[in-house]
Design a protein around this ligand. Sequence first.
Ligand SMILES: [Zn+2]
Length: 319
Amino acid sequence: MILKTESTPYHLFGLEALQRRLSLSRSLEIDITGRLRIANAGINGERALQAIFNKYKLTFEHAIYHGLNLQSTGKFQIDNLFLSHQGAYIFEVKNIQGRISFSEKTNQLIRTLDNGQVDAFECPSVQLRRNHYLLQDWLHGRNLSIPIHTAVVFPNPRQIIENTRPDLRILFPNEVPSMLRESELNPPVIDSRTFSHIKNELLKGNIDFNPFPMCKRFQIDPVEIKSGVLCDICGTLGMQRIFRGWGCNVCKSISRTAHIQAITDWFMLVSDTMNNRQCREFLHVPKNYTASRLLDDLPLEPQGVNRGRYYHFPLERMV
Ligand SMILES: [Zn+2]
């Protein structure tokens, strides 16, 4: 039973907003395209495993969590956690193209592309070990102790893996259900009461990680963020406010809602608050009244009164 579906990919949305509003040279410097590629590959890899859990119905009692964010002796994210009467299983999906080998001397994964390009990544065993300890601490904090198993899952079953590491269990998605089914043949180590307790505590303990504002994260000066309302037809920044909407001077298209993305971009990139003046400057609207109406129409949380009024955008309402 899937108890938690994947988290909203806020980090990916933040990168897309940076791509919309940073100069090309600055985007290249921070490697926004490369970061977007990695974020998208991660999401696609996750979905390959989620598809397996949706497809294979396991007949024994279990709970599945995707994108679990927890905090014990440190904050940690477990992309896929499986809980059964045998213990917890952490599955880390690595969507990496090319031939893969593991370094014998360092904690690195080396991949070689068909064109000969060689890249090194952190070995998944490092992250799995870290998550193992942090989950163990999280359980100890609740006076619980259960077996924790870990494995890395490579989503592409045709991937060539040249060697392995003794401390790392490697699986392809199709192997996951049979591995779980086999392990379930062993006598249970968690009783029903404890199982239910852990199941609920995991859901209660989840806190969505907020990566915003991106400027702070990447040490970008907010003046580098281009202002204006973006035309989603031709991509021009700086739509003009017209009666109850926005008009693009370049492609002549009209939108009633183009400001919503612009205001959301501000919260994702620049600051966790926005006041009337900041709204006018960012959207290029001259009138206080217009900015107030646009801000009040969105599901923001206003604070303060009159000239001291400012707004928050709660994370869960942003998408
Ligand atoms: Zn346009």
